[in-house]
Design a binder for this molecule. Structure first.
Ligand SMILES: *[C@@H]1O[C@H](CO)[C@@H](O)[C@H](O)[C@H]1NC(C)=O
Ligand SMILES: *[C@@H]1O[C@H](CO)[C@@H](O)[C@H](O)[C@H]1NC(C)=O
Ligand SMILES: *[C@@H]1O[C@H](CO)[C@@H](O)[C@H](O)[C@H]1NC(C)=O
Length: 495
C-alpha cells in the first residue's frame, strides 16, 4: 500500500460580491453536491440560500462576499482537476456547480461568508469521490435510491405500467416489431440490460437519436446495478400505441391522451441533465443563473419564438400582430408551412433563450408534440401561459393550472384575455412564476431526471416474467474505459 501525500491544492476560488442585509447564520446550504461520496453526477451542484434577503433587498454594490473553494487530492497527484462555477439567481440564492475531471481521493468544500467559514464548512470527504464516467455501480439498488433521495414511486409510472403484468417480453417485442416496424415512419430500438451490460438492436431509418437513449442507460449502469430488463424505446416524438388496440409496451419521450406509451423524460431534458457544464448550455440550472432580470424589471408582455411546427403557431403570429402591446411573437424557421412564409414571415434569427426572460410571460405552445422547452420556461422564473394539450411529458401531471402556469385554450382564443389578466394581477402572476421555478427545482434537476429513469426501469423489471437473454444479432454498447478506483474507502493507488 503506497502512501498518498495529501496536499490541499487550491484549484479554484470564486468570489461573489453581494450585499446581505441579514446574518451569516441565516444561510442555508443544501443539495446533492454536498454528498459527493454518495451522489455521482456529471456535474454536481448545491445551493447557497440567504434566507434573510429576497429580490427586493438584493443589490450587489457592497463588498460583502461569499466565496466557494473546492479542492481535492488525486491518487497519483497532489490535486485532482475540478472546475466549478457559481450562478447568481438574483434573489439571494446561488447555485454552485462543480465538475470532477478525474476521480479524487479526497475533497474539501469550503464556503465562506465575510472571510469566515459558514455552517459546517469546510465539508471534507475521504476515499474515492467518483467521477461520473467511473464504472462503479452501487450493488444495492435500494441503497442507491436512498442515497439519491429518489421518490419511492411516481403516479405517472404507476399508471403507465398498470396495464402490464407478468409480461412475456420476447413475445411482446416480436409483436412490436411486426406492428410498428415501418422504416419510413417509425424508428425504435430494442434494448437489453443483462448483468449491467447494455445491448441494442434498432429498427427504422432515422436511428441517430439512439445516442440519447444509450447515454442515459450507460450513465445509470455506471452508477447502480439494475435488474436485467428488456424494453423498446421509441426514437420518434409521436407516441406509437393507440388506446383501444392491443397494448404493447413502448417507452416514449412524449405521451398523449390517445395513447398508452410508457413515458420517460424527453431526450432533451435528459441530455441537458447529463451534459450540464458540458456540451449543453441550456439546462435547468444555467437558465436560472443567466436570467438577469428580476420580476419587476421584466416587460409585462408575453414573448415567444419558435418554428412553424403547428398551425396554432401561425395563429399566434396573427394575434401578436393585432396586439403588439400584449405580446412579441415571431417564427424563427419555416418548414411545415413553407408556402406561408410570405404571409407569416419574415423569419427572425434565433435569440438566446435567456433573453426570453426579459418578458414576464412565456407562451408554451405545442410543436409537433409537447414543446420540450417547458422545463426551462418553468425554471426561468417567467409566468407560463400553457396551451391546453393532449400531449404530455413525464412531469406534467404534477403541474397544476393557476398554481404553476396559466392555462390557455387549445385554439388560443383566450390568449389575449389571459395576458390582460396577468397584467391586472401582478402579484398572482409573480406567485405563479415563483411556484413554477420552485417546481423545477424540486422535480426537474439532473438528479431528479436520473431518479425517474431508475425508478421506471426498476418498476419495469418487476413486470417481466421470463429470463432476459441477449440475442446474437444485438450490438453490445460498451462503456468508455475510464481509470477509477471503485472500492469504498479504499485509498490504495491502483491506477
Ligand atoms: C431559501 O431557503 C428557505 C428555507 O429553506 C426557503 O423558505 C426559501 O424559499 C428559500 N429561498 C429560495 C429563493 O429558494
Ligand atoms: C420583439 O423582440 C425582439 C427581440 O428581443 C426585439 O428586437 C423587438 O424590438 C421586439 N418587438 C417589439 C414590438 O417589442
Ligand atoms: C434477431 O434474432 C432473433 C432471435 O434469434 C430473431 O427472432 C430476430 O428475427 C432477429 N432479428 C433480425 C432483424 O434479424
Amino acid at each position: 500500500m503506497k502512501m498518498i501525500i495529501k496536499i490541499k491544492y487550491k484549484v479554484l476560488s470564486i468570489i461573489i460580491s453581494i450585499i446581505v442585509h441579514g446574518y451569516a447564520e441565516n444561510i442555508n446550504v443544501y443539495g446533492p453536491g454536498l454528498q459527493p461520496h454518495k451522489v455521482v453526477l456529471p456535474a454536481r451542484y448545491f445551493f447557497v440560500n440567504f434566507t434573510n434577503i429576497n429580490e427586493d433587498t438584493y443589490t450587489n454594490d457592497l463588498g460583502q462576499s461569499v466565496a466557494v473553494e473546492i479542492t481535492g487530492t488525486a491518487f497519483k497527484k497532489s490535486h485532482c482537476r475540478i472546475w466549478s462555477n457559481v450562478l447568481d439567481r438574483k434573489d439571494g440564492t446561488f447555485i454552485v456547480r462543480y465538475k470532477l475531471y478525474e476521480e479524487c481521493s479526497s475533497l474539501s468544500i469550503n464556503i465562506y461568508y465575510k472571510n469566515k467559514h459558514i455552517q459546517q464548512s469546510p465539508i471534507t470527504f475521504e476515499g474515492p469521490i467518483k467521477q461520473d464516467q467511473c464504472v462503479c455501480p452501487e450493488p444495492d439498488l435500494n441503497v442507491w435510491l436512498q442515497n439519491n433521495e429518489c421518490p419511492l414511486s411516481y403516479d405517472q409510472i404507476n399508471d403507465d405500467l398498470r396495464p402490464f403484468e407478468q409480461v412475456k417480453i420476447k413475445r411482446q417485442i416480436t409483436k412490436i416489431i411486426k406492428k410498428y416496424h415501418n422504416p419510413e415512419s417509425t424508428s425504435f430500438c430494442h434494448y437489453v440490460v443483462k448483468s449491467n451490460e447494455l445491448y441494442r438492436k434498432c429498427y427504422g431509418k432515422h436511428i441517430g437519436f439512439n445516442m440519447f437513449a444509450d447515454n442515459i442507460l450507460l450513465s445509470i449502469l455506471r452508477k447502480v446495478l439494475i435488474p436485467d430488463i428488456e424494453l423498446v424505446i421509441n426514437l420518434g416524438d409521436w407516441p406509437l400505441t393507440r388506446k383501444g388496440s392491443d397494448i404493447l409496451p413502448i417507452f416514449s419521450w412524449c405521451g398523449s391522451d390517445e395513447s398508452l406509451d410508457i413515458v420517460m423524460p424527453t431526450y432533451d431534458i435528459t441530455e441537458s441533465s447529463l451534459e450540464n457544464m458540458g456540451r449543453v448550455t441550456l439546462d435547468i440550472l444555467s437558465v436560472q443563473g443567466n436570467v438577469d432580470r428580476k420580476w419587476t424589471k421584466r416587460e409585462p408582455r408575453a414573448f415567444w419564438r419558435g418554428r412553424d411546427s403547428r398551425e396554432e403557431r401561425l395563429k399566434l403570429i396573427d394575434i401578436a400582430r393585432a396586439n403588439p402591446d400584449l405580446l412579441n411573437a415571431s417564427l424563427t424557421n419555416f418548414f411545415f408551412f413553407r408556402n406561408k412564409e410570405e404571409e407569416y414571415g419574415p423569419k427572425l434569427p434565433h435569440i438566446s433563450f435567456f433573453k426570453f426572460f426579459e418578458y414576464k410571460y412565456q407562451i408554451n405552445i405545442d410543436g409537433t408534440v409537447a414543446a420540450y422547452r417547458l422545463p426551462y420556461l418553468l425554471a426561468g422564473g417567467g409566468m407560463v401561459l400553457k396551451q391546453e394539450s393532449p400531449y404530455y411529458e413525464h412531469f406534467y401531471r404534477q403541474l397544476k393550472p393557476w398554481k404553476h402556469y396559466v392555462p390557455v385554450a387549445r385554439d388560443l382564443n383566450d390568449l389575449t384575455e389571459k395576458i390582460k389578466w396577468s397584467r391586472d394581477h401582478d402579484d398572482e402572476a409573480h406567485t405563479i412564476a415563483k411556484n413554477a421555478k420552485n417546481f423545477a427545482n424540486e422535480n426537474l434537476l439532473p438528479h431528479h431526471i436520473i431518479c425517474y429513469h431508475v425508478v421506471l426501469l426498476s418498476e419495469w423489471s418487476r413486470k417481466l416474467d421470463e429470463e432476459i437473454t441477449v440475442e446474437a444479432n444485438m450490438t453490445h454498447v460498451p462503456q468508455d474505459t475510464f481509470p477509477c478506483n471503485c472500492a469504498k474507502g479504499n485509498s490504495h493507488d491502483e491506477l
